[in-house]
Design a protein around this ligand. Structure first.
Ligand code: UDX
Ligand code: UDX
Length: 432
């Protein structure tokens, strides 16, 4: 089938490439010419393991194309995915201007019937808004259907999340669109849930907010563990063996970041508020998450009394491993807090240094972990990159002023660090 995907960000590029991989003819269009130029040269503008090979293979086999010409790309396919950004407005609501702008373009340009698919995460009832735009701006009086098909892609595992989804959610009122979307995803042989548009839109916000809730619950438990000498690893393990609870998304640390959880939880609180419902539970999820960052700064401050003139080596900047994405990364707030307390900061991240150069100021960028730790008063881990686990920490001890490690992602066991001889302060566990 022929598909046009509008927006070649983390979501749009993965969606378009994987749809080509399962045999469809796909055009990925973006209004950022630099991105499209790079893609024409086989340069992938984002870091996503496995994506580069897929883009190359599908471009070579003439299933995947890139364009900046939106009107033309719209008229090449019947199914049009909208995968442009839905960032937060200053008041926390989702900014739908990009999504609506694309809907206008589709309405004006389409010369034959289109199925317009909401791939971007949008507040419930956005589908009605898109219908309205498509039908009032209908340049050539064609038939439009709107479908909600939310994405559940995690950065760093987005390709496998697309190719082996737990479920595909399709929200539509039209039987023919339902059939076509079923055909589109058939090659994945994955469970498909068909429902109405609003329910499909809600499933996304409800799922992401629940995952964020699990994380904040684990972090609230971690804070109680720290006050009672308990160990969060054991508490969570003890909980997780209950099949109704499970082990996932209960890892305590400096909290969640990324382009989705903070934005989606914020948007969901406001969607509820707009309907006169106060979603206090999610507001508490947000405040626990913010508190984890300040708690971590306070831990470091408490250790040194004053941070004036102290140098802290920060290992890891990305909001999680296997991505270069710094959007709402806890490291950014924690570094700002440490700088405010007078600390000098040196940073290293295996992948996110280019993005960091644009987002961080008054820090020293280093070339590797040992360059970062050289002569520092302490080291602080913000992202659990596997390579940090494998470092020669015995050697690291010799280049730090003092062997003090603050671990924001509980990368190590207490025994490991005790054996190596570090003073080791982590989250939800006793300092050793
Ligand atoms: C974003 C949201 O973060 C996510 O929650 C939502 O589910 C999908 O959109 P992401 O892919 O990370 O995900 O967005 P981003 O990386 O900002 O990419 C959006 C792309 O759309 C950019 O490349 C931008 O240039 C492009 N765009 C934006 C257009 O092509 N046209 C527009 O009008 C606006
Ligand atoms: C998330 C959802 O998982 C995905 O389904 C949705 O489509 C987009 O948003 P993503 O934001 O890419 O994906 O990353 P995810 O792996 O969910 O982690 C989000 C944040 O939570 C990261 O900062 C991570 O460090 C943190 N996290 C995750 C925890 O602090 N503890 C955990 O147990 C799990």
């Amino acid at each position: 089938m022929k598909v046009t995907v509008v927006g070649t960000g983390y979501v749009g590029l993965v969606t378009g490439t994987c749809l080509a991989e399962i045999g469809h003819q796909v055009i990925c269009v973006d209004n950022n010419t630099e991105k499209i130029d790079k893609l024409h040269k086989g340069i992938i503008p984002i870091y996503e393991p496995g994506l580069e090979d897929l883009v190359r293979r599908n471009t070579e086999q003439n299933r995947l194309f890139f364009s900046i010409d939106l009107p033309r790309s719209i008229n090449e396919s019947e199914i049009i995915f909208i995968a442009v950004g839905t960032p937060s407005k200053p008041n926390g609501e989702a900014d739908l201007s990009y999504v609506e702008n694309v809907a206008y373009e589709i309405a004006k340009a389409a010369k034959d019937p289109k199925i317009v698919v909401e791939k971007s995460t949008v507040p419930v009832e956005t589908g009605n808004r898109l219908y309205e735009i498509l039908h009032t701006q209908n340049g050539h009086k064609v038939k439009f259907d709107v479908v909600s098909n939310p994405e559940f892609l995690r950065e760093g595992t987005a390709v496998s999340d697309f190719m082996r989804p737990d479920r595909i959610v399709i929200g539509t009122e039209s039987e023919s669109s339902r059939e076509k979307m079923k055909r589109l995803y058939d090659p994945l042989k994955a469970p498909i849930i068909f429902t109405d548009i609003s329910s499909a839109e809600l499933i996304k916000h409800a799922s992401n907010s629940f995952l964020a809730l699990k994380i904040s619950y684990a972090n609230a438990l971690a804070n109680i563990c720290e006050k009672t000498g308990a160990n969060i690893d054991d508490v969570v393990y003890g909980m997780s063996l209950d099949k109704r609870i499970g082990p996932h998304f209960l890892k305590a640390g400096i909290g969640y970041g990324g382009s989705c959880f903070p934005k989606d939880v914020d948007a969901f609180v406001r969607i509820a508020a707009a309907k006169g419902i106060s979603f206090g539970l999610l507001e508490e999820v947000q405040s626990i998450n913010e508190l984890q960052r300040t708690n971590f700064v306070e831990k470091i401050q408490k250790k040194f009394g004053s941070l004036e003139g102290k140098t802290i080596a920060v290992l890891g900047l990305a909001f999680k491993p296997d991505t270069d994405d710094l959007r709402s990364a806890p490291a950014l707030d924690i570094i700002a807090g440490l700088q405010k307390a007078g600390a000098k900061i040196r940073v290293f991240d295996p992948v996110a240094m280019d993005n960091a150069n644009q987002k961080l100021s008054n820090v020293e960028f280093t070339v590797n972990e040992f360059d970062c730790m050289k002569g520092a008063d302490a080291v602080a881990i913000m992202t659990e990159w596997p390579q940090f686990r494998g470092l020669d920490w015995k050697q690291a001890k010799t280049i730090l002023k003092k062997p003090i490690l603050f671990d924001g992602r509980n990368l190590f066991s207490l025994e490991q660090m005790k054996k190596i001889g570090f003073e080791y302060i982590s989250v939800g566990r006793k300092p050793v």
